[in-house]
Design a protein around this ligand. Structure first.
Ligand code: PGA
Length: 253
């Protein structure tokens, strides 16, 4: 199964940051790309919306997928400040991150809303990356598997069957903190996510990759990426610097 490694720039990046994306593309075109050839590893970057079109243009011909970080469920309308899946697609995006914990906690996004956004992404031809993950309080209460399973069940609409997508397990307490779960903890949750995906979507739920996200760095990427059922990584802070992001990608080799 191919691996998918995606950088989430969050609300970081003005024009000069495109040089980092170009450096990632250059790295993939060099010896790193050679060592990954045939491995089926796919690489993506999700900059702020303002940079999507410019990044697509500046990476023309490179093997880097560009994506958005969120979209509205509706295609158009009176929704000041929002962006639709169609707009991202027109700008050249092929991926979109949905249900990130910063959206779930900061904007009250529910599983049902995330599922509606997933349908919008598919409608526009985008490949959604659907994020789930427990808080520290939920983990300490022994509820991590239950919380994540519920999120998967509620956030994955039936129309995903047969479509390209991924799920990203991102424990909230590991995002931007430098803390990471143990390999056993990651494997426990990824197994639960896989079981839930299969229950909801049948055969196609057995194939889509399950990414891990939360403080992935060059120093821990190889171990995380080789864990059972880890089909890639969603990388925040360490995706802002091309050297770090390329170091993480090297861990997939
Ligand atoms: P981090 O963020 O790598 O900075 O922990 C991951 C994410 O939020 O996707």
């Amino acid at each position: 199964m191919y691996k998918l490694i995606v950088g989430n720039w969050k609300m970081n990046g003005l024009g000069p940051a495109l040089a980092e994306a170009q450096a990632v593309a250059a790295g993939l075109a060099g010896s790193l790309g050679g060592s990954l050839a045939g491995s089926g590893v796919r690489i993506g970057l999700c900059p702020p919306s303002t940079l999507v079109e410019r990044m697509v243009r500046s990476l023309a011909g490179a093997s880097v997928l560009v994506g958005g970080q969120d979209c509205r469920a509706e295609a158009s309308g009176a929704f000041t400040g929002d962006i639709s899946a169609e707009m991202l697609s027109e700008a050249g995006a092929v991926l979109v991150i949905l249900g990130h914990s910063e959206r779930r906690s900061g904007y009250g996004e529910t599983d049902a809303l995330v599922a509606a956004k997933v349908e919008a992404a598919l409608r526009a031809g985008l490949e959604p990356i659907i994020c789930v993950g427990e808080t520290l309080a939920e983990r300490e209460a022994g509820r991590a598997v239950a919380v994540v399973s519920t999120q998967v069940r509620g956030s994955l609409p039936q129309v995903l069957a047969g479509r390209a997508f991924s799920v990203a397990y991102e424990p909230v307490w590991a995002i931007g903190t430098g803390l990471t779960p143990t390999t056993a903890q990651i494997e426990e949750i990824h197994a639960a996510v896989r079981a839930e995906m299969s229950a909801v979507l049948g055969a196609s739920g057995t194939r889509a990759p399950i990414l891990y996200g939360g403080s992935v760095k060059p120093g821990n990427a190889a171990e995380i990426l080789s864990a059972d059922e880890v089909g890639g990584a969603l990388v925040g802070g360490a995706s802002l610097k091309s050297a770090d992001f390329l170091g993480i990608i090297a861990g997939a080799g």
